[in-house]
Design a binder for this molecule. Structure first.
Ligand SMILES: NC(=O)c1ccc[n+]([C@@H]2O[C@H](COP(=O)([O-])OP(=O)(O)OC[C@H]3O[C@@H](n4cnc5c(N)ncnc54)[C@H](OP(=O)(O)O)[C@@H]3O)[C@@H](O)[C@H]2O)c1
Length: 332
């Protein structure tokens, strides 16, 4: 597994990182803690040494599971976590209403004031069982706090040695420019998959031109591009995937056809569909790292092997032809 530097920071991340959203259970129909810890341990043992989590994933549960899995291995891993999505207090910008893992109503706010970021960092450190975070990222922009204030909080935490570097997620180009006036962000974490390539229009060129790393999230489109989800798939209660645009017609059938075509290419290369999809993601311009979520050790073992081969230009072109032909509706 190759390790790549994030922007101008001194953080090196594994090209495939472990995404720890699903193991928090929230928005994914629950979790199995034992499988989750095993999955992270397996990832680290196989060179996927970077783990991406967030305070809000399972309302602290994901960070706790990460902390459990990395105990005694802190020097071998890079911990990426996030702040700025809050629950339990009504401050900042209302984001959406949800339910926690036990079905209790919970309102999510975007809130990244300086004091909040600094105190949330201590909470994350505690849950992760560590005294420093490698990369501390704002989860979503917060319109109620000046970007400069949030970036000042990051600078403060770097000075205190609590974080090695700061970064952003879901930031449009304009906000990256704004953030850059106060702090040199290491990366932007953004959605990117074969069926969601909108960042190629402006985020990718801006990041490439300004040496800002890109962490691609949901590269398997939350499991859809593994090929395991077919018509009539039954999701657990609380799993938000079926409510997304990819599951509505005509999109779902078009994606199923794409999967059929890509599976043929994968079979010809003797790799699995997930491995083909992750490898393609890593080969795209500007992408520093693909964050691959996984629930258990088997999924991790399959995913880590996506870094063992390199699609050649001809194979990439064949895949891209299918992707260019794929037309998805954005308003249905
Ligand atoms: N910054 C943000 O706003 C943001 C947003 C989204 C994600 N992220 C980060 O990006 C990470 C990755 O994205 P993601 O978790 O949304 O989606 P993803 O990586 O595209 O998909 C993860 C899901 O795919 C399935 N899967 C993975 N490997 C598999 C395999 N080999 N075989 C069969 N199924 C497999 C699992 O689904 P099942 O659960 O059905 O088994 C897993 O939970 C997240 O964990 C999180 O760290 C960040």
């Amino acid at each position: 597994m190759e390790h790549r530097t994030l922007g101008e920071s001194d953080i090196k991340v594994s090209e495939l990182a472990f995404g720890a959203w699903a193991i928090g259970g929230w928005q994914w129909g629950g979790t199995d803690s034992k499988d989750a810890v095993n999955a992270i341990e397996t990832a680290v043992d196989h060179g996927m040494t970077t783990i991406d989590t967030a305070a809000v994933y399972g309302f602290g549960l994901s960070e706790e599971l990460v902390g459990k899995a990395i105990r005694g291995k802190r020097d071998k891993v890079q911990i990426l976590t996030k702040f700025g999505l809050t629950w339990g207090e009504k401050k900042g910008e209302f984001f959406f209403a949800s339910q926690d893992n036990s079905g209790k109503d919970v309102d999510i706010y975007k809130y990244s004031s300086k004091a909040k970021v600094i105190s949330d960092c201590d909470q994350s450190l505690k849950r992760l069982g560590t005294d420093f975070i490698d990369l501390y990222q704002i989860h979503w922009p917060d319109q109620t706090t000046p970007v400069s204030e949030t970036m000042e909080a990051i600078e403060y935490l770097v000075k205190k040695g609590k974080i090695r570097a700061g970064a952003v997620c879901n930031y449009p180009q304009q906000l990256m420019i704004e953030a850059g006036k106060t702090y040199r962000i290491a990366s932007n974490q953004v959605p990117y998959s074969m069926v969601n390539r909108s960042i190629e229009n402006d985020i990718v060129p801006y990041c490439v031109n300004n040496n800002i790393g890109i962490l691609a999230y949901s590269p398997l489109q939350r499991g859809l591009l593994t090929g395991k989800i077919k018509h009539g798939h039954v999701f657990n209660e609380g799993d938000t995937r079926p409510g997304t645009i990819y599951y509505r017609e005509p999109n779902f059938s078009r994606i199923m056809k794409l999967i059929e075509n890509l599976s043929e290419i994968a079979a010809g290369l003797n790799v699995t569909l997930s491995q083909l999809v992750l490898n393609w993601t890593l080969r795209q311009p500007g992408i520093t790292c693909a964050l691959a979520g996984a629930r258990n050790a088997d999924q991790v073992l399959e995913n880590v092997r996506a870094a063992d081969f390199k699609l050649n230009n001809e194979e990439i072109a064949r895949i891209n032809k299918y992707l260019t032909d794929l037309k998805l509706e954005t308003k249905i």
